[in-house]
Ligand binder design. Structure first.
Ligand SMILES: NC(=O)c1ccc[n+]([C@@H]2O[C@H](COP(=O)([O-])OP(=O)(O)OC[C@H]3O[C@@H](n4cnc5c(N)ncnc54)[C@H](OP(=O)(O)O)[C@@H]3O)[C@@H](O)[C@H]2O)c1
Length: 389
């Protein structure tokens, strides 16, 4: 309470930052002391005026000017608040200075990255320091990876404790994406060698839990009869987060295996998906074609409110262990933006206001906030439901 703010939202002037600000304006408890941060005072003032139209109390929000290139401003920002939530990405380009400032100041941190290289690099550089200062550094607090990480956690809670468990997640979604997400994906595809190097360094340093095994199920493209669709293994950041939660929490049992798939209706769409991702990957490898890809979308762009209203997601989990089977659905609206803004804002409110497990350093959403965040998200309209057992 000695710090002036509970939360500071960094990146409030961007597409997803704006939606997150609107969510906080409408849902943060009135006693929450929060502020907006960004590099442009004029844009911040425009966001504050927009928020004041939703909630007149927001007219009094403080504005904090900070550029990611200004370490002193970020240190001051991190010291002024208990929690920072940031939508300033691509994180591999812009994210590190703020993680550094929060780890040093013992400030809890939540972001929207889906970039595995960034997550591993921040673990290598700041995990230990954050453990010492008490900061909880929580990446992937959006559609990457909350429905998957907390969905797998919720599935595990339905199964017996102390036995080997096997969980598979199958994601389906409809919706568009913003310039920031597109730029992050293109940049990540262009940095595959850098990522491999960082991941190897992390594997060499990270301690795995003694006497417990955490791994993947055997994954292949196949027709999943229970879903009536084809399913394609999807090596995004999500299965990594699920397995890290399993490593952090004994409740996942002595042996935990997880497989992660995207659902595709027709066999022809499987080829189109693989072909599309491969083409994007190839073009992202060389500087000129990568720059051409990046120029296709301008920062701040994203789906219209009408497009967002039609968007949806469902992640189905099949879990089994100890002679029991369970099927769980995690469902919500617009995955990339409406629900992502909600998930990030609720994560930050959870870090600021809820009684949480006594852990610090780089943590997954399940390890940092588990049950408390589940309750918040269910209350906010994202459903976690047992559909068969
Ligand atoms: N994982 C998920 O589920 C998920 C979902 C949605 C978004 N995301 C991620 O969220 C990030 C933001 O996406 P978006 O579409 O909202 O992007 P965006 O509209 O381009 O917003 C980017 C924000 O970063 C700010 N910024 C850029 N450079 C800065 C600097 N030097 N100092 C301070 N602020 C700076 C921009 O400020 P100005 O307004 O001043 O330019 C803007 O506020 C991306 O990394 C995206 O991948 C992830």
């Amino acid at each position: 309470m000695s710090r002036p703010y509970d939360l500071v939202l960094f990146g409030a002037t961007g597409y997803t930052g704006g939606l997150t600000a609107e969510y906080l304006a409408q849902h943060a408890p009135p006693a929450t002391r929060w502020a907006l941060a960004g590099r442009s005072p004029a844009k911040l003032e425009a966001v504050r005026a927009r928020l004041a139209a939703l909630n007149p109390a927001c007219a009094a929000l403080d504005l904090i000017q900070a550029d990611v290139g200004d370490a002193a401003a970020l240190a001051k920002l991190a010291q002024s608040t208990r929690v920072v939530l940031t939508t300033v990405g691509p994180y591999i380009h812009y994210g590190e200075p703020l993680v550094a400032a929060c780890a040093a100041a013992g400030t809890h941190y939540a972001d929207l990255t889906g970039e595995p290289e960034f997550v591993d690099l921040m673990w290598l550089r700041y995990h230990q320091q954050a453990q010492q200062t008490g900061a909880r550094i929580v990446h992937c607090c959006g559609f990457d990876s909350i429905p998957h990480d907390l969905g797998a956690y919720f599935t595990v809670l339905q199964l017996p404790a102390g036995v080997p468990l096997r969980v598979e997640g199958f994601v389906r979604a409809g919706g568009g994406f913003s310039a920031g997400t597109y730029h992050s994906a293109v940049n990540a595809f262009g940095r595959i060698r850098e990522y491999a190097k960082v991941a190897k360094q992390r594997r060499a340093r990270e301690q795995y839990p003694q006497g417990r095994k955490i791994g993947s199920t055997r994954q292949r493209v196949h027709y999943e009869r229970s879903l009536g669709t084809w399913v394609v293994p999807f090596p995004s950041v999500d299965p990594q987060m699920v397995r890290r939660s399993a490593a952090a929490l004994d409740r996942y049992g002595p042996e935990f295996r997880y497989g992660h798939y995207v659902q595709v209706k027709k066999l022809g769409s499987v080829a189109a998906l693989i072909g599309g991702v491969s083409a994007l990957f190839t073009l992202a490898q060389a500087g000129p074609t990568r720059r051409w890809l990046l120029s296709r979308k301008t920062s701040g762009e994203g789906p219209t409110p009408e497009q967002r209203a039609k968007s949806w997601f469902r992640v189905r989990f099949h879990g089994e262990g100890g002679g029991r089977k369970v099927t769980v659905d995690v469902k919500g609206g617009d995955p990339g933006y409406g629900e992502t803004a909600k998930m990030l804002a609720e994560s930050a409110l959870c870090l600021a206001h809820d009684a949480l497990p006594d852990r610090s350093g780089q943590l997954t959403t399940a390890a940092a906030m588990g049950d408390a965040l589940l309750v918040r998200l269910q209350r906010a309209g994202i459903s976690f439901e047992v559909v068969a057992q």
